[in-house]
Design a protein around this ligand. Sequence first.
Ligand SMILES: Cc1cc2nc3c(=O)[nH]c(=O)nc-3n(C[C@H](O)[C@H](O)[C@H](O)COP(=O)(O)OP(=O)(O)OC[C@H]3O[C@@H](n4cnc5c(N)ncnc54)[C@H](O)[C@@H]3O)c2cc1C
Length: 445
Amino acid sequence: MARVLVVGGGLAGCSAALALADAGWQVTLVEKRTSLGGRAASFQAPGWAQPVDTSQHVLLRCCTHLVRHYQRLGVAEQITWHDRLPLIAGNGQRGLFRAWPWPAAPPLHLAPGLAALPGLTPRDRLCLALAFQRMLLVGRRYRELESITFQQWLGRTTSATLDRTFWRLLLTSVLNAGASQIAAAAGIMFFLEGLLRHRDGFQLGVPQGSLHDLHDTATRAALQASGVVLRLGTHARLPLAAGRLTEWDAAVCAVPWWQVARVVPELLPAPTVRGRSTGWPELQPASLVGVHLQFAEPVLREPLLGLLDHAVDWIFARDGGRHLSVVVSAAVDWAGLSPTAMATRALAAVRGVLGDLPPPLRTAACRETRATFIPAPGLTAHRPGPRTALPGVYLAGEWTATGWPSTMEGAVRSGHAAAAAILDRPIGPPDLPRQGLARIYLADP
Ligand SMILES: Cc1cc2nc3c(=O)[nH]c(=O)nc-3n(C[C@H](O)[C@H](O)[C@H](O)COP(=O)(O)OP(=O)(O)OC[C@H]3O[C@@H](n4cnc5c(N)ncnc54)[C@H](O)[C@@H]3O)c2cc1C
């Protein structure tokens, strides 16, 4: 039986390991931490009975590889799907982002959601309509828009209010960077392929339990049931002699871009900074903040709330509304704050929306400085594919050339792509089918 070593127990490594084990390979997975999940994990915060997530992770219906991965793990039922997203603007006005349900509707399925966006002037709405119209006209040629930023591409079809509200909540929440930082191609890709391809693509999936339940407990069980040998708490370096693997038929390096040099130094260019390789210098990290506030009584009735023009972006209600999980994307101005200071700032923001809440029983906060990478102009050319110059050595990780932003979906796609390259056959489900006019604007040029 062919033997493969997978290094990295995040979603990329685990999805590759499962696909290869399912294809009959003998798989060993090495992870340096004592638990699986990588960046999509939970941690034990002081005073909390259960692990809390580093930050609330969510997915969209268009994340077909991630959904298939959850089905494979047997946890797909633990994702709650929301097709109505309550929003609240800085002026307190509320709205409900939702879609028309008919299959023939795209792109008009989002019309009721866009019309109900709170806190916008008629001019803002006109700008938004024009921006969406331009996206439809660009269609699949969006991939050519790599050298300018999304902000430059928007040009006059945006406004200061839209920048602070709609683009911030939808674009920055998903890509974890501002419109002036990301390539136009990356921004348009999200709207066209994610939201405007299929009437259900925008639906938001929220795990009911913790990331630990999904990405450690359930994943560990599925891997072990498939015969994958797990070596946790072990730092790996690929065994190579004269550029060839010595003990394995293949190996997948599924670690973040800044850690590849430790696992396969042979893959990287000469050391660049103070004798150390910087990995892929074109990939710039972006931070994300997650704050947890636990109260004695329920304080939020809605399951989630999107905040337009506030200091925090999303609030998710857990434990029947007693536990608020607060997310801040592209959290540059939260740098240097202690967990207590982050919790205080988040609580003040939440009180600004929900009114005078009682003091929380306990809080926890985490700022991940390298949560994601910024899909900056020109980056696509620097994201490597799964095949490398070293025979039998493959790369995975959300930062590789998946065509997707730095997300769990990107990670699973990369794991499937590495397994597909090894097995020499496609792995994973198709994208959601194109509905309505998406058959025209998403046709290949
Ligand atoms: C706070 C936060 C919030 C986020 N929110 C979302 C969200 O809502 N939705 C979404 O889709 N995405 C979100 N993301 C992004 C998502 O978590 C990541 O894109 C994804 O988990 C990356 O998976 P990966 O397997 O590619 O890499 P990682 O998860 O980084 O996994 C790599 C693994 O390799 C291991 N490793 C490294 N070096 C070695 C070595 N030498 N030997 C053995 N093991 C090694 C690491 O310990 C790690 O476990 C968020 C990320 C963060 C941090």
